[in-house]
Design a protein around this ligand. Structure first.
Ligand code: ITT
Length: 194
């Protein structure tokens, strides 16, 4: 089945291709000629996930998958959350975002946090959303060179490495994105495109 994956983030595309079965052929936004930026105007992760999928579906009327992800720190009232991409302002910059988060957590002892992904699939008249959450903690310093975004400062529970120290294959087994996308993959197995 051909599905457009509505993201402008090449790291997400790479991870999702590694997670989903090869029977799902993912097209990029460039493949369908969509070169604009989708403004994320909703105030929840789920809302922005639906918004991204809906924007592409309404224009092209083809099956679309989109996702929105946020890093939620429990003692910071679940921030940066829906504002994860622009936590330190715009344009979005991963180093600045991590630096600001580490600074805001200098005096914080409970460093528990979670990554949350909401993936949304739209085909015809209905949308279907799938959530993936991974619990962990924010480290004191950045480590590792793999992954993207906040990966250098997020250590998943039960691991002694941050996400940026895991390979693509290792991250793709345990990540928030993997949990959400595996739920979608299970759903699509029995879904009949009408
Ligand atoms: P699209 O909206 O085009 O999909 P984006 O990069 O804007 O791409 P989000 O709004 O979902 O995606 O990103 C929220 C922020 O969280 C952004 O700063 C990402 O770098 C970061 N992020 C998302 N997934 C991540 C992951 O698996 N590991 C670390 N950081 C991640």
């Amino acid at each position: 089945m051909e599905i457009v994956f509505a993201t402008s983030n090449q790291h997400k595309m790479k991870e999702v291709k590694a997670i989903l079965p090869s029977s799902i052929h993912l097209l990029s936004l460039a493949d369908i000629g969509f070169m604009e930026e989708i403004e994320e105007t909703e105030n929840t992760i789920a809302g922005n996930s639906i918004l991204k999928a809906r924007t592409i579906f309404e224009k092209y009327k083809i099956p679309v998958l989109a996702e929105d992800t946020g890093l939620e720190v429990f003692t910071l009232n679940m921030e940066p959350g829906v504002y994860s991409a622009r936590y330190a302002g715009e344009p979005s910059d991963a180093e600045n975002n991590m630096d600001l988060l580490l600074k805001n957590m200098e005096l914080v002892t409970n460093r528990s946090a979670q990554f949350k992904t909401v993936a949304t699939f739209i085909d015809r008249d209905a949308y279907y959303s799938f959530t993936g959450v991974v619990i962990g903690a924010i480290t004191q310093n950045k480590k590792g060179n793999d992954g993207f975004g906040y990966d250098p400062i997020f250590k998943p529970s039960g691991f002694d490495k941050v996400f940026a120290e895991l390979s693509l294959t290792e991250k793709s087994i345990i990540s928030h994105r993997a949990i959400a996308m595996n739920k979608f993959a299970n759903f699509i197995k029995t879904y009949q495109s009408r």
